[in-house]
Write a protein that binds this ligand. Structure first.
Ligand code: DGY
Length: 444
């Protein structure tokens, strides 16, 4: 009897698949989102490797000439989303947004390559994608780290994916709202407004979009002109992991220059990350580049640093921090510490659990020998899905499903988590129609 979660996850991936890209969920997010697509490909690959490669290729077809890979590709019109292409006005042949998102592509592509059942296909795809991913990474260091500190800043909360994190509260309060053209939000028509960012936050999001649009989306000036410039440890950890993963791929494929440059980025970035460690909180924290100080806020971004190659002592620190959080939260890992009075269990990134974050944290912990904590995150994630279905995110205390439902990357992560368990390998094989018992390797 196949695991019902697995068939459900596969149905969701299929229902949200528009052929060459996958929407995160119908209604709330009707286009292609950057990191959603990359993480989705990991789930798709279990059933259809060619489809998984297409997901990433489609995204990179819309890479900008300067190397940036945008956070949204507006493949076709949909009135149900705000801000749409006319607000961004990036003047691309196929409209895109003008900011980026966490660069998980390098990590994903290595994982797809390592697990590939069709080696020739994987080899061809990686050879074509590698220089593009590298160009994106180089864009980050050129345009988002002009002072060459080793870590990159984000210039809009949407870039981090953690739109309304408590981390941004102070830095974001300095973004004005005057001159924002009146707008109608669409997100609150699809999802419970109590689960979404506030109107005040939306006005600031749009102020930034208008300001960058007035600068013609010129990435050589946006960083220095933005009143919001924050260094996020989770975001940088994803970038470092992707640099390290494409370095390994490049070495394997004989792309020496990409390998060397990526290794140098990892060395510089890993040592610069150290400045984001906060002893009082026992984790990494964000850094406000405008104010020139650490942001003392205990969010999951500081735990997501486990995804990068960090010193063993730091990894142990993060593991014990996650164990402590488990005492105050029914489900791992809350996106903000429930002990903080600003914690809000249902409001997007101010408390809820996100499966993609759990996946990356667990992966990082497992790689550096913190297997017990990694396993507890995986087990907690699976019970959450059993209890609450395939939502966008969940209240860590009550398990309430929040935001959008039938969510693509949640389904993809469930497939990944289930593939960790040997007993579900049989189910995966049955559900995918594969016959060779060695075709689906266990996640490393
Ligand atoms: C949204 O619309 O909520 C997204 O997070 C922005 O990309």
């Amino acid at each position: 009897m196949p695991n019902p979660l697995l068939s459900r996850a596969r149905d969701i991936l299929k229902a949200n698949d528009l052929g060459t890209y996958t929407v995160p969920t119908h209604g709330l997010y009707p286009f292609q989102w950057n990191w959603d697509s990359c993480l989705t490909a990991l789930g798709q690959a279990h059933f259809d490797e060619a489809r998984a490669w297409t997901e990433i290729e489609t995204l990179f077809e819309h890479q900008w000439e300067d190397g940036m890979v945008p956070h949204i590709v507006f493949h076709k019109e949909d009135e149900g989303y705000f801000p749409g292409p006319d607000v961004w006005n990036t003047k691309r042949p196929v409209p895109t947004s003008g900011i980026t998102q966490p660069p998980v592509a390098g990590f994903t592509v290595r994982r797809l390559f390592e697990r590939a059942r069709d080696r020739d296909l994987a080899d061809r795809k990686v050879r074509a994608l590698l220089p593009k991913i590298h160009a994106w990474h180089e864009w980050f260091y050129r345009c988002r780290d002009p002072q060459k500190t080793g870590v990159v800043a984000v210039i809009h909360p949407w870039e981090t994916g953690r739109d309304n994190s408590i981390d941004w509260d102070d830095a974001f309060s300095k973004v004005p709202t005057d001159g924002v053209v009146p707008f109608i939000r669409r997100d609150t028509q699809h999802a419970n407004p109590d689960h979404r960012p506030t109107q005040d936050q939306y006005e600031r999001y749009i102020w930034l979009v208008q300001a960058f649009r007035n600068l013609n989306w010129d990435n050589t000036v946006l960083h220095d002109h933005s009143p919001f410039r924050v260094v996020d440890p989770g975001f940088n950890a994803i970038l470092l992991r992707s640099c390290s993963d494409i370095a390994a791929l490049a070495e394997e494929l004989g792309e020496i220059k990409i390998a060397q440059q990526s290794r140098q980025r990892v060395a510089a970035g890993a040592s610069a990350l150290e400045a984001l460690w906060n002893d009082d909180l026992g984790q990494y924290v964000c850094y406000d580049r405008v104010a020139g100080e650490q942001i003392k806020s205990a969010s999951v971004a500081g735990l997501l640093a486990a995804f990068a190659p960090i010193p063993e002592e730091r990894m142990q620190g993060l593991a014990s921090r996650i164990r402590k959080l488990a005492q105050t939260s029914r489900y791992a890992v809350p996106s903000h510490d429930p002990a903080d009075p600003r914690f809000d269990g249902a409001r997007y990134w101010r408390g809820p659990v996100w499966l993609i974050v759990n996946y990356m944290i667990a992966d990082g912990l497992a790689r550096q020998n913190q297997t017990d904590v990694a396993e507890s995150i995986v087990n907690s994630s699976i019970s959450l899905i059993e209890d609450s279905g395939f939502a966008e995110y969940y209240d860590p205390i009550t398990g309430e499903p929040c935001g959008g439902l039938e969510f693509t990357w949640t389904a993809a992560m469930v497939i990944e988590f289930l593939s960790l368990s040997a007993t579900t390998l049989e189910d995966l094989k049955a559900a995918s129609g594969l016959t060779n018992p060695n075709e689906i390797p266990i996640v490393k």
